[in-house]
Design a protein around this ligand. Structure first.
Ligand SMILES: *[C@@H]1O[C@H](CO)[C@@H](O)[C@H](O)[C@H]1NC(C)=O
Ligand SMILES: *[C@@H]1O[C@H](CO)[C@@H](O)[C@H](O)[C@H]1NC(C)=O
Ligand SMILES: *[C@@H]1O[C@H](CO)[C@@H](O)[C@H](O)[C@H]1NC(C)=O
Ligand SMILES: *[C@@H]1O[C@H](CO)[C@@H](O)[C@H](O)[C@H]1NC(C)=O
Ligand SMILES: *[C@@H]1O[C@H](CO)[C@@H](O)[C@H](O)[C@H]1NC(C)=O
Ligand SMILES: *[C@@H]1O[C@H](CO)[C@@H](O)[C@H](O)[C@H]1NC(C)=O
Ligand SMILES: *[C@@H]1O[C@H](CO)[C@@H](O)[C@H](O)[C@H]1NC(C)=O
Ligand SMILES: *[C@@H]1O[C@H](CO)[C@@H](O)[C@H](O)[C@H]1NC(C)=O
Ligand SMILES: *[C@@H]1O[C@H](CO)[C@@H](O)[C@H](O)[C@H]1NC(C)=O
Ligand SMILES: CC(=O)N[C@H]1CO[C@H](CO)[C@@H](O)[C@@H]1O
Length: 309
């Protein structure tokens, strides 16, 4: 886990506004943009594999595998792959789609991500691309059932007034407090929860939290706590993206409420459960549910934070 790094020189964002957005971050100014939702990418320092061509082959094998899953995998919104050819140059990957997506939407997003993640160099030891509908990541170390919270990104839509922010943040915190334990419970092979509440009659608050379903309940919960800490407050909408989970909120219905309602209902309010039996093994087979996707809004403002490991 050694990696060179001064905070920003190893960061690459895969869209044209990246420089602008990074500047927004560095200068700590507020970024508002009406651009399309864009992918956010984190690629770490270049990995020097013992056999670079083999490593790149393995990366391609993993990406091919993730884009060639069957319908039930895309409906489950999660799948893993590994290429162990030439052990020191092994590659592991996984994708996570938002819980409400249809298999077709999930597959389309993953296919897109598999191209996006290859922009630039293939030989990165840890690479992640986030869209608002899906996330794709690969690593030279095993990542399945692994809690990964150190690499993250976030975006937000616009600032609300300081006066509004006081009550808004309170409501957001209260919502997250219930949402996080709910999301940690496995539901139809997924670990997610949504909530719809409102600040005022005309100001709804939609929130969604989701983990990769290979995490145990405590690890999911821990990941979401970390995501909640990094979630921008006092915004009209925002999203916090980690490699193992994410949280998003907005004042409009950004997920498909009908699709979510069709998922089986969660068990009664969970107290922190100390262990939800998910073996520590990569061989997991999440199951179905989901529906067509939803329009996505107007977003952008992307930021990364960095810690070197
Ligand atoms: C590297 O891997 C390729 C297969 O991708 C193989 O043909 C080549 O012999 C390997 N090189 C070394 C030095 O092991
Ligand atoms: C889809 O693939 C998974 C493994 O990824 C397998 O367990 C499942 O049986 C397959 N389902 C169908 C319908 O082929
Ligand atoms: C694929 O990515 C491009 C930008 O990289 C984006 O404009 C497009 O909407 C994406 N398509 C899907 C299906 O996510
Ligand atoms: C949580 O994740 C860590 C790091 O991946 C792992 O070592 C640990 O076993 C997990 N804990 C539980 C309770 O699953
Ligand atoms: C909401 O939670 C954040 C992060 O835990 C905390 O910093 C903030 O003070 C809380 N805000 C309110 C209004 O409770
Ligand atoms: C949504 O969260 C609020 C707390 O802000 C809670 O009171 C309410 O019961 C939740 N609604 C649903 C449908 O879970
Ligand atoms: C969490 O789940 C319980 C049980 O389904 C539900 O009553 C509660 O409203 C949920 N909370 C949130 C914030 O969604
Ligand atoms: C969400 O907030 C934006 C900006 O304040 C506002 O223009 C829009 O009408 C709001 N949407 C809803 C559904 O309240
Ligand atoms: C939302 O889900 C419902 C039920 O699965 C589906 O019929 C509808 O087409 C979806 N809406 C959108 C906008 O994708
Ligand atoms: C900006 C950022 O999140 N950088 C991270 C990219 O990923 C590497 C490896 O996981 C991290 O060390 C960086 O902090």
């Amino acid at each position: 886990m050694s990696s060179s790094s001064s905070p920003f020189n190893n960061v690459s964002v895969s869209f044209t506004a990246s420089v602008f957005l990074l500047m927004c971050f560095l200068l700590n100014i507020s970024c508002k943009s009406e651009a399309q939702p864009s992918p956010i990418r984190n690629i770490s320092a270049c990995y020097t594999p013992s056999n670079s061509s083999l490593y790149q082959e393995n990366v391609k094998t993993v990406l091919y595998s993730l884009t060639s899953k069957n319908t039930s995998d895309y409906l489950a919104g999660f799948a893993t792959a590994g290429a162990r050819q030439g052990t020191p140059d092994q590659v592991f990957g996984l994708f996570l789609c938002r819980a409400d997506l249809s298999s077709a939407s999930c597959q389309a997003c993953v296919a897109n991500a598999s191209k996006g993640i290859l922009l630039g160099c293939v030989g990165y030891k840890d690479s992640t691309i986030w869209y608002d509908l899906c996330m794709l990541t690969y690593n030279y170390q095993p990542i399945v059932s692994t809690l990964r919270v150190s690499t993250y990104a976030y975006w937000y839509e616009y600032d609300i007034s300081d006066a509004e922010a006081i009550s808004f943040n309170k409501l957001l915190n209260v919502t997250l407090e219930v949402l996080i334990p709910n999301a940690s419970v496995q539901l139809a092979g997924k670990k997610f929860a949504v909530n719809r509440t409102s600040l005022t009659e005309s100001w709804p608050l939609y929130t969604l939290a989701q983990c990769t379903p290979d995490l145990t309940a405590p690890n999911c919960s821990q990941c979401l706590q970390a995501a909640a800490e990094k979630l921008p407050r006092g915004k009209g909408g925002a999203m916090s993206l980690l490699q193992s989970c994410n949280i998003r909120y907005a004042n409009y219905s950004f997920y498909n409420e009908t699709a979510v309602a069709q998922l089986p209902s969660p068990p009664p309010a969970p107290a922190p459960r100390s262990a939800e039996a998910i073996p520590n093994s990569p061989a997991l087979a999440p199951r179905s549910q989901g529906e067509p996707k939803i329009s996505t809004g107007v977003i952008v403002a992307i930021i990364f934070a960095a810690i070197s490991g």
